[in-house]
Design a protein around this ligand. Structure first.
Ligand code: FE2
Length: 329
């Protein structure tokens, strides 16, 4: 069966298409804010509306199919920015026809595409992006959030610091480049609270330290501190949940130093470390198509009037497709 997936939760408007486990198209167009600004939701909405028809057309061309060949339409129903989510639900209504429409939770889709492509079965997931920072693991029919940020997401914190330093957007890769040139560790707060993390205090202190320290040293210290925090809570989740695989995904998964720290931690514990391939770890439509297909096959009810849930939490979704079959007695 062919599933067409629509991603529009934040800066990316993406259409992905899968036929069973095979991804046959993955097209996107990403909104880039004006220099010096973060995402403006209304601007992102306008962007999505201006590109969505063309992105679908490109995806259908890449897959070599027509929209009539699609069996289901999967759409990212949340969480995300309401104006952006609205474009996705509107677009779903426009193209679904009489086909089933399946609401997909965005973080769950990140997890499922990572499990598929990295061939890992039951990982602790570190999902790090501009809008999300969560440590997630499967238990009793749900993806449980073991730890998360108490304030801003790591990707957002990196973007804000980069902007403050006058670097371009997205700021994360710029921070990484600068950090690789730094060597002197500047003391910053290390804020792990149980299984949760917090970034606002570190960000404020890093901004302050720029007055008295070199930019590259502050970038280096910021990356070392925040990544060590994320590695620590991932390790604790691995240990508590007694799992032996880690899956790193989300836009910040591209950071080489974060990958390295997680790999060292996993090696020391005898666990496997998987990094979702870049095209599929940042927001994309293919992950929505695949997660929608899993949910549909698992028996999730299609929705008649696609709508969004802006604060849809990862652990609210019943993961019916991972249910273990009970042996008949
Ligand atoms: Fe995402």
């Amino acid at each position: 069966m062919i599933s067409v997936g629509i991603e529009s939760t934040s800066h990316t408007f993406g259409i992905g298409i899968c036929e069973g486990k095979k991804i046959i198209a993955n097209q996107r167009d990403v909104y880039v804010p004006d220099l010096g600004w973060g995402i403006k939701p209304e601007e992102a909405r306008k962007h999505h509306e201006s590109v969505m028809d063309a992105v679908l057309e490109k995806a259908l061309q890449e897959a070599g199919i027509s929209i009539d060949d699609a069996g289901i339409i999967s759409f990212a129903a949340g969480p995300g920015l309401p104006p952006c989510l609205k474009t996705g639900t509107k677009f779903t209504r426009k193209i679904m026809g009489k086909r089933p429409a399946i609401a997909v939770n965005h973080p769950v889709a990140h997890i499922e595409i990572g499990r598929l492509l990295c061939k890992c079965s039951d990982p602790i997931v570190l999902y790090v992006s501009g809008g999300n920072t969560q440590v997630i693991g499967y238990s009793s029919g749900r993806y449980r959030v073991f730890g998360e940020t108490q304030d801003m997401a790591i990707g957002n914190a990196r973007d804000v610091l980069a902007r403050y330093m006058g670097l371009g957007y997205p700021g994360g890769p710029e921070i990484d480049k600068l950090a690789s040139k730094g060597s002197k560790y500047v003391q910053l707060p290390y804020t792990v609270k149980g299984m949760d993390v917090s970034f606002t205090g570190i960000l404020s202190d890093a901004k302050r330290k720029l007055a008295s320290h070199a930019n590259e040293d502050v970038a280096f210290s910021f990356a070392e501190t925040t990544f060590a925090m994320l590695t620590e809570i991932t390790e604790r989740a691995l240990s508590h949940a007694e799992k032996n695989e880690v899956l790193l995904t989300g836009g910040v998964a591209a950071s080489p130093r974060l990958q390295e720290m997680l790999k060292i931690m996993c090696d020391e514990r005898g666990a496997e470390c998987h990094v979702c391939p870049g095209e599929y770890s940042s927001d994309n439509g293919a992950m929505i198509a695949w997660a929608g297909l899993l949910a549909y096959r698992g028996g999730q009810k299609p929705v008649k009037k696609p709508d969004y849930i802006a604060r849809w939490r990862t652990d609210e979704v019943k993961i019916i497709w991972r249910k273990k079959k009970r042996k008949k007695t």
